[in-house]
Design a protein around this ligand. Structure first.
Ligand SMILES: Cc1cc2nc3c(=O)[nH]c(=O)nc-3n(C[C@H](O)[C@H](O)[C@H](O)COP(=O)(O)O)c2cc1C
Length: 201
């Protein structure tokens, strides 16, 4: 009896250890369908409602970015969260692409933490782009609109926010609730043929 209890206890422990190491392989077909739906529904929002986004939802978007993979897990990202009217005014001075958003993330990398690539390059832009991909998708999941913005003056941005020299802005991400008349641009549904972008070798 004692022996059986010991075996059962050990088996339970082994199962628990297995669970903590490996994600559960549940209903993969449905899970991937849900993700594709989310990925196709996300679009660049270029008309925002002025309503503030609740902090608990902003926290979820931040958490999604925090979970993103980075080169050698270096996590070089530095994300500034701009919520104030004053901060948004500064951003409008450095980019024409704020689209009336109430808030914006300034997505940068810190060159003290970045993983080097070859002699001169680094993975900073790539890492931050992956972080932002997680964030835009989680935002879409929560009904919050975003637009990745590369059209800004990095020198002026540095000045406006007194950013340290080790901080390198990559993209801006204005975000907020889409206005009622917000619609995806034509580009959202314009795709090169799969045969052009995918090649099996
Ligand atoms: C690296 C990058 C930079 C971008 N910069 C801008 C920008 O400065 N202004 C803008 O309105 N959209 C910008 N976009 C959004 C793209 O135009 C948009 O993602 C693309 O046309 C596809 O449309 P969709 O996002 O609605 O699917 C940028 C997107 C990426 C990935």
């Amino acid at each position: 009896m004692k022996r059986t209890a010991l075996i059962l206890f050990s088996a339970a422990l082994l199962m628990m250890a297995g669970c903590s190491q490996k994600p559960q392989n549940v209903n993969r077909e449905n899970a991937s369908k849900d993700f594709l739906q989310l990925a196709s529904e996300r679009y660049s929002v270029r008309s925002f409602d002025s309503t503030a986004v609740e902090q608990k939802l902003i926290d979820k978007i931040i958490e999604a970015g925090h979970l993103a993979p980075t080169a050698v897990n270096s996590q070089p990202q530095k994300i500034y969260v701009v919520k104030s009217a004053e901060g948004m005014e500064k951003l409008r001075r450095v980019s024409p692409c704020m689209y009336g958003a109430p808030h914006c993330f300034i997505a940068c990398y810190d060159d003290r933490n970045v993983c080097k690539r070859g002699e001169y390059g680094n993975y900073g832009d790539i890492d931050v782009s992956i972080v932002l991909t997680h964030m835009t998708l989680e935002a879409a999941n929560l009904g919050i609109g975003t637009c990745l913005v590369g059209y800004f003056d990095p020198v002026e941005l540095h000045k406006e926010f007194s950013l340290p020299a080790n901080i390198h802005p990559v993209l801006l991400l204005p975000f907020g609730y889409p206005s009622e008349d917000s619609v995806p641009s034509e580009k959202h549904t314009t795709f090169r043929d799969l045969e052009e972008v995918i090649e099996y070798r």
